[in-house]
Every structure is written in structure tokens, then in C-alpha cells.
Design a protein around this ligand. Structure first.
Ligand code: TRP
Length: 329
């Protein structure tokens, strides 16, 4: 096998079954990177606790997300898939990094301010430290690259600054400054036609939903609001269904929809049926893989356990160096 181009780390909060937005925006990219880089993909269950009211779904959501990742093509022979809390070294590094973090830097972050706005009555200590824990994730594994959505840019910049600050403070070079690999994919809008596709907004289409469920969700999609009757000409430029055709349909179909929508040659119902068919075609192999993986209930946990121990070996080696750099007695 040719030498890989560096180490990649990415994490996602355990949100359970993944939707098409997760798939197109993140998971496909994870899969694409596993051949070229040494990749670690982490279910960040501790991060989930910062905003969680209950943990009752945490276990199931972790398993569902990991299963979907593997169904989409993450291969435990090529990459490490693991659970954040199973490598407790991350919390030790988090504590150490917190000592070189000015508090003001955390409270100034736009992501923090947004969380405070969303939930002013639950501004816990962990929430303020969210980026420190994320920096610990990345730095613990000496990742060179972090694939993430653009919204994570301030966090990754924070991780870079934290690595620099630690190294400077303790006159060392053990921590590696990561680079962000911004996901090029534009955000996927939900079936409401307005907001980013998201599980909590209930505007999502699950990537391994059945063909019928998918069709039903696509049929609910909002289209050009100015096209009220079948005979009204539509404007594909403002229609999310057209936008999804651009992702899932052939160039000929995209062209056909563009032309025929504008002259009311095709109605929204037929346009959606075609889209649903194409989504189903694209996702069929992923669904089959998921069904196969699901047959063995222990499989996903065994794979995660193996990932945990491989990740932990890297983490322990880094912590050795970190403790030595600080000269902890
Ligand atoms: N903060 C990220 C998010 O909300 C999740 C995350 C945690 C992460 N640790 C990470 C992403 C490390 C990349 C690298 O999406």
C-alpha cells in the first residue's frame, strides 16, 4: 500500500440515523478520504452531553450513526471508527489545554454565543469548554487535516492556536497544528425548502429510509411557491426539488426538468417522482449494506471496540509526550 498523505480526524455528535444532508455533506467525504489518508472518525458522545437533556437515546444513536457510516462505505480495515469517551485520555488533554486557554477567547466564539442564545438557561461549564474538548480530539491524534463544514472553521482555528500556545508555553513541538479541509459541498436544504436539512427540524430524508418512505418525504418537498396550479410555469432556480435533481439525476434529466418546468411541461408531482426514483437508485446499495450489517447485533460494537483500542494506542503515545513536555512529576 502506498504511504498515506497524513492523518485525518473528524468527529460528529451521535445524532442517530444519518440523513441525506449528513451523507452528502460529510459521510461521502469521509469515505473518499480513507484510501488516501490515515483516518480516524469519532462519535463524539461527550460533546453531545453539553446540550443533552437526557441520555436515553445516546447508545442507540451512537450505534445508528456508526452503522450508517459503515453502510455508506467506511471500512474498518481502512480507517479507525471509534467512540470518543472510550479513549479517556481526551479528557486529560482537555484539562491540560484548558490551562493555556484564555477564557475570553471561548466566550467570544460565535458558536458559543449562538448556543447561549438558543438555551440561555443551560450555559454549563462544559459548553464553554466545547472547543477545548474538540481541540483535544484533534491534537490527541496529531491530525494533519480535519474535514468539516465551514461552520466549524472557528473551532479548528482555535485548535491551531491552542497547539501553538501549548508548544510555545512548554517549549516543545509535540502538538501538531491541524488544517481544515472545508467540505466543498453546498448545504442541503430540507423538505421545507427553507432551512438546512436537520433531524431536529424534522425536515430531513434519512439516507437509509425505505424506498416508500423516501418517496413519501420527497412528495412533501416544497417547490417554487409561485407555481400554484399544474399549468403555471415554474422557476427551477428557486426550487429545492430541482436543486436535488442536480445531485441525483442524469445531465439529460436535469436539462429536461429545467426546460419542462419553465413551460409547465412537467408537473411537480412527476418531477418529484423522478427525483425519488433517482435517490432510491443511488441509496439502494447503502440500504442493502445497512441491512446486512444489522443482521449481526454485535458486529458494530465489536468494530467500535477495535477502533477504540487502536485510537487509544495513538492517544497514549501522545499523552506520554505531553506529560514529558510539561514535566509533570
Ligand atoms: N463540533 C463538531 C460539530 O458539531 C463535532 C466535533 C467534535 C468535531 N470534535 C471534533 C469535528 C473534531 C471535527 C474534529 O460538528
Amino acid at each position: 500500500m502506498p504511504a498515506k498523505k497524513g492523518r485525518v480526524f473528524s468527529g460528529a455528535r451521535p445524532t442517530g440515523r444519518q440523513h441525506l444532508g449528513n451523507y452528502l455533506g460529510a459521510v461521502k467525504n469521509y469515505v473518499a478520504m480513507q484510501d488516501e489518508y490515515d483516518c480516524l472518525y469519532c462519535v463524539v458522545d461527550l460533546h453531545a452531553l453539553t446540550t443533552l437533556e437526557t441520555t436515553e437515546d445516546l447508545r442507540q444513536n451512537t450505534m445508528d450513526m456508526a452503522l450508517d457510516w459503515m453502510a455508506a462505505g467506511l471500512d474498518p480495515k481502512k480507517c479507525i471508527i471509534f467512540i470518543q469517551s472510550h479513549v479517556p485520555e481526551v479528557t486529560e488533554l482537555h484539562t491540560i489545554l484548558s490551562m493555556v486557554t484564555p477564557l475570553g477567547k471561548l466566550t467570544d466564539l460565535p458558536t458559543f454565543k449562538e448556543k447561549v442564545r438558543e438555551n440561555p438557561h443551560n450555559v454549563n461549564y462544559g459548553l464553554v469548554g466545547y472547543p477545548v474538548l474538540m481541540a483535544a480530539d484533534i491534537l490527541l491524534y496529531k491530525a494533519n487535516f480535519v474535514p468539516a463544514g465551514i461552520d466549524q472553521a472557528p473551532h479548528i482555528e482555535f485548535a491551531r492556536e491552542t497547539a501553538r500556545s501549548f508548544n510555545h508555553h512548554f517549549n516543545t513541538d509535540v502538538l501538531v497544528e491541524p488544517q481544515m479541509k472545508a467540505t466543498q459541498f453546498p448545504k442541503i436544504i430540507g423538505i421545507d425548502g427553507e432551512q438546512k436539512m436537520s433531524k431536529s427540524l424534522h425536515n430531513d430524508i434519512e439516507m437509509t429510509a425505505s424506498a416508500e418512505e423516501t418517496r413519501a418525504r420527497v412528495m412533501m418537498m416544497k417547490t417554487d411557491p409561485a407555481r400554484i396550479r399544474r399549468q403555471d410555469p415554474g422557476n427551477p432556480d428557486v426550487c429545492n426539488v430541482y436543486w436535488m435533481h442536480k445531485i441525483f439525476s442524469t445531465p439529460e434529466q436535469i436539462h429536461m426538468v429545467d426546460v419542462e418546468c419553465r413551460r409547465a411541461g412537467i408537473g411537480c408531482v412527476d418531477c418529484k417522482k423522478l427525483l425519488a426514483e433517482n435517490i432510491n437508485k443511488a441509496m439502494e446499495p447503502v440500504r442493502e449494506k445497512r441491512a446486512e450489517l444489522e443482521k449481526d447485533k454485535n458486529l458494530v460494537w465489536d468494530i467500535l471496540k477495535d477502533g477504540d483500542s487502536r485510537a487509544r494506542a495513538i492517544a497514549q503515545a501522545t499523552m506520554e509526550e505531553v506529560r514529558r513536555a510539561i514535566d509533570l512529576p
